[in-house]
Design a protein around this ligand. Structure first.
Ligand code: ARG
Length: 496
């Protein structure tokens, strides 16, 4: 650890309280990559000699191999990942070379370099899981473009929709989440390295070179702004919090719709759990946990916003607390996407039950009112009153719109005779959804069109994810290749 004013010791309690090695474990490989880029840059700029660079890079390569095979343990007494990697280099390369690694950088720019490198990849991985869930919704939509069920408002029957319409609604909302993940990626994908402690440096560094070696799209220039800012974390957390909110709504529907009372769907046994006492139970625990954990992710966003609020510019140790909430939110969101995709891919839907419900509770009342407006020239308000009266009259007698003759009689006595055959068609939920062709409406034609558009948007998003992953990989390979050449004896100036 770094003691105050050059001391190399501190009280155990101080160390225990301040060290962050557990949280930092995920950053080890990124810390090493960042250090490699930094050393290559220092050497190209003549700040470090080729000989020293070679010794440091050899030690970093060894550290990388150890980290990849799980043999790089971060010692809590060394405080954090940065001091652990630096100590590893000093021990392996010697003080004379290793002691030069930290020239022209600070842990303040280092920690956010590591975090940005880690987060941007996690956002891409999460994006891929989101694509998988959206595809599950769109496949369901294609299979059920014409499967009619009651659409709900206030959890009461409203108007008939199709299951495909429902599935495309979720896909549509999730594509907005994709857009937010993508924006958060862009914010994270800017290099802070070279900002140093807060003021930049009087060494002739080249921040664009390190950015390139780390595959960052650009340099986030202002040194004080960049070491102070954790916007990339808050933005990623908002994207995750919103995504979890949307997933919790998917979860709520799965929970209700798979109840005996709704009976619209049945969970696959592999995606349900039982009770320790009640042998018959088949519970939607996955969906419930996704719904419950959404709240945790919201809390993690609030935690970071609260952490940042009121902090003067510059680095403060408070900022160390920015990572654990993000890690937790990333883990919860990735896990939730994963299992909900499985639930959705295996759920059995019950079209007969859906249609039965759609017939049972007057959900084509609006369509009847619309007919009276168009064909009988009633004002909408008048038609609304008349149909409301019809529904009340039927309900009192325990009847539904299935009783078309009774409906026709009622309307005839109110000076609105409609032939029974016509009435049947108006009140039929299947016929009704076919007519509902307004832009974005529930007709199978619109659902087909929207599903195709959503698939195209999803393909574009998936292609962007692939390109971004390839760009990151290319930068990693480039840095490794340069390191390998330096280790073989090449001079950095001849390489870059
Ligand atoms: N562990 C620290 C963090 O996560 C690293 C930066 C420490 N910088 C410092 N000046 N103490 O924020």
């Amino acid at each position: 650890m770094i003691g105050a004013r050059g001391r190399d010791s501190a009280h155990d309690a101080v160390l225990n309280y301040t060290e962050s090695t557990r949280t930092d474990e995920r950053l080890a490989l990124y810390d090493i990559w960042g250090s490699q880029a930094h050393v290559l840059m220092l050497t190209r700029q003549g700040i470090l000699s080729d000989r020293h660079a070679r010794d440091i890079l050899a030690a970093l390569e060894q550290a990388r191999r150890d980290a990849q095979t799980g043999r790089l343990t971060l010692e809590p007494r060394l405080e954090d990942v940065h001091m652990n990697v630096e100590r590893y280099v000093v021990e392996s390369a010697g003080k004379e070379a290793g002691g030069r690694l930290h020239t022209a950088r600070s842990r303040n720019d280092q920690v956010i370099t590591d975090a940005r490198l880690y987060v941007r990849e996690e956002l891409l991985n999460l994006g891929e899981r989101l694509v998988a869930l959206c595809r599950a919704f769109l496949d369901l939509a294609d299979a059920h473009r014409e499967t009619v069920l009651p659409g709900y408002t206030h959890t009461q029957h409203a108007q008939p929709i199709t299951l495909g319409f429902w599935a495309t609604a979720h896909a549509s909302l999730l594509l907005d989440d994709a857009r937010r993940l993508s924006a958060a990626y862009e914010t994270a994908n800017r290099s802070p390295l070279g900002a140093c402690a807060l003021a930049g440096t009087d060494f002739p560094t080249d921040r664009h070179l390190t950015a390139r070696l780390l595959g960052f799209a650009s340099v986030e220039e202002h040194a004080l702004a960049v070491v102070s800012g954790r916007d990339f974390i808050a933005e990623a957390l908002f994207a995750l919090a919103m995504l979890m909110t949307n997933l919790s709504r998917v979860a709520a529907e799965l929970i209700y719709w798979t109840t005996f009372e709704f009976g619209l769907m049945t969970l696959h046994d592999d995606y349900a759990l039982g009770s320790s006492i009640m042998p018959q139970k088949k519970n939607p625990d996955i969906a419930e946990l996704a719904r419950g954990r959404a709240g945790k992710v919201h809390a993690r966003l609030l935690e970071v916003l609260t952490l940042l609020k009121g902090l003067p510019l510059g680095y403060h140790r408070d900022l160390q607390e920015d990572k654990a909430p993000l890690w937790e939110a990333l883990d919860i969101t990735a896990g939730s996407l994963n299992v909900l995709t499985g639930v959705l891919r295996t759920v059995r839907v019950h079209p007969d039950r859906m249609l039965d419900l759609a017939w049972s509770n007057f959900c084509t009342a609006t369509e009847l009112a619309n007919y009276l407006v168009v064909e009988r020239h009633l004002s909408f308000r008048e038609a609304h009153g008349l149909v409301g009266g019809l529904v009340a009259w039927l309900a009192e007698r325990g009847l539904t719109f299935r009783a078309t003759d009774a409906c026709a009689d009622f309307l005839a006595t109110r000076e609105c005779p409609i032939p029974v055959e016509v009435l049947k068609d108006i009140l039929d939920p299947v016929a009704a959804i076919g007519r509902n062709r307004s832009l974005g409406g529930t007709s199978p034609r619109e659902v087909e069109r929207m599903a195709a558009a959503l698939r195209r948007a999803l393909d574009d998003f998936a292609a962007t994810l692939r390109e971004r992953k390839q760009a990151i990989e290319a930068a990693r390979v480039q840095t490794s290749a340069l390191v390998a050449k330096v280790l073989e004896g090449a001079s950095v100036a001849a390489l870059i």
